[in-house]
Design a protein around this ligand. Structure first.
Ligand code: PEP
Ligand code: MN
Length: 347
């Protein structure tokens, strides 16, 4: 729309798009309003749209992902995680955030102890798996609903929004009231039904990149969520499979500038799952931030040898604290700032 288009003209375009049998998606940028018309190509009468009052131009978006593209929304999207019983944390543009916690919730005591450590070290969002996607069906699978309740209680007590992986469409509804952010794991990046289901909620979604997915595949998965009306997607690069076997996965640093050019969505890195070994985690996290990431998600445990899952890659709390000091400095070089931890009134 041209920059002076009145609301009535915007409303008219929206209703014309819907009349053509397409979905309309409004994007209000700094300088102009863009109205996305999403649907089958043949349905859209471009000449008719171009003739409507207030329309500056009609531009076909050539990228296969539409709502995720920079063409649709040129400014960086800032996703807010939390609100209600916990503070809101922003990720995107110049807002960086750290999500930290154990790989899996093992007991309420261990969770709260780690949560306190990571909050004191500078994390503002708590992670913790309650359903674990394990390669072997005989490995620890997560504690389910009780762990979900502990995450909520612990997050509320410490003033931290919680980010929890959802593995199945049937878990979305029961989990919704407990989580501040749904995590879609690498193995589920192309579970299209699951993407649609979390897209129907209005909770932010942390979308991990599949370890055999291209950046384009990843953005098309984000498109599934966005197409359902959920605008709050945070991308997460967590390493891909390569021939290199000295680490668990290879963190694809280049995917960060590539994705930042192609999409307006925020991107964080997961150095833990890429490295598979705690010694490598700080360097990978630092590299990710220097490449333009909006933060990290990292696993921390005070006694990694006793962890039920991913102990080898868990940072000790003191290493986590040191890492955060470094990441603050790197973020500042790139004009980003980490959200500060808010002290809870209840602790
Ligand atoms: C996790 O975050 O614990 C996890 C299983 O990650 P990913 O899906 O990236 O392997
Ligand atoms: Mn893990």
């Amino acid at each position: 729309m041209n920059s002076h288009a009145p609301q009535a003209a915007i409303d008219r375009v929206v209703s014309e798009i819907q009349r053509m049998g397409c979905q309309s998606h409004l994007s209000q940028g700094r300088f102009r309003t863009v109205i996305g018309a999403v649907g089958e190509e043949g349905l859209i009468d471009q000449n008719h749209l171009a003739s409507l009052d207030g329309v500056e131009k009609v531009v076909p978006i050539m990228k296969p992902y539409k709502l995720a593209s920079r063409e649709f929304h040129e400014d960086d999207t800032v996703v807010e995680i939390g609100g209600g019983s916990v503070p809101k944390v922003k990720i995107g543009a110049n807002h960086a955030a750290c999500i930290a916690g154990p790989c899996a919730v093992e007991s309420k005591e261990m969770l709260c102890r780690i949560a306190r450590e990571v909050r004191d070290g500078g994390a503002t969002i708590l992670r913790g798996g309650v359903y674990k996607p394990r390669t072997s069906p005989y490995s620890f699978q997560g504690l389910g609903i009780p762990a979900l309740q502990w995450m909520r209680e612990c997050g509320d007590e410490l003033g931290m929004p919680v980010c929890i992986e959802v593995m199945d469409t049937r878990q979305v509804e029961p989990m919704e009231k407990y989580v501040d952010c749904f995590q879609i794991g690498a193995r589920n990046m192309q579970n299209f039904d699951l993407l649609r289901e979390v897209g129907k909620t209005r909770k932010p979604v942390l979308l991990k990149r599949g370890f055999a997915a291209t950046v384009k595949d990843w953005l098309l998965s984000a498109e599934y969520v966005l197409s359902q009306g959920n605008r709050s997607v945070v991308l997460c690069e967590r390493g891909i499979k390569t021939f290199e076997d000295s680490v668990r996965y290879t963190l694809d640093i280049t995917s960060i500038p590539v994705a930042l050019g192609w999409t307006h969505l925020p991107i964080i890195v997961d150095p833990s799952h890429a490295a598979g070994k705690r010694d490598y985690v700080p360097a990978i996290a630092a590299a990710g931030m220097a490449a333009g990431a909006h933060g990290i998600i990292v696993e921390v445990h005070y006694c990694p040898s006793e962890a039920q899952c991913d102990g080898a890659q868990a940072l000790l709390p003191e290493t986590f604290r040191e890492l955060m000091v470094q990441l603050h400095k790197i973020a500042a070089i790139f004009h980003k700032e980490f959200a500060e931890s808010t002290e809870s009134v209840r602790t």
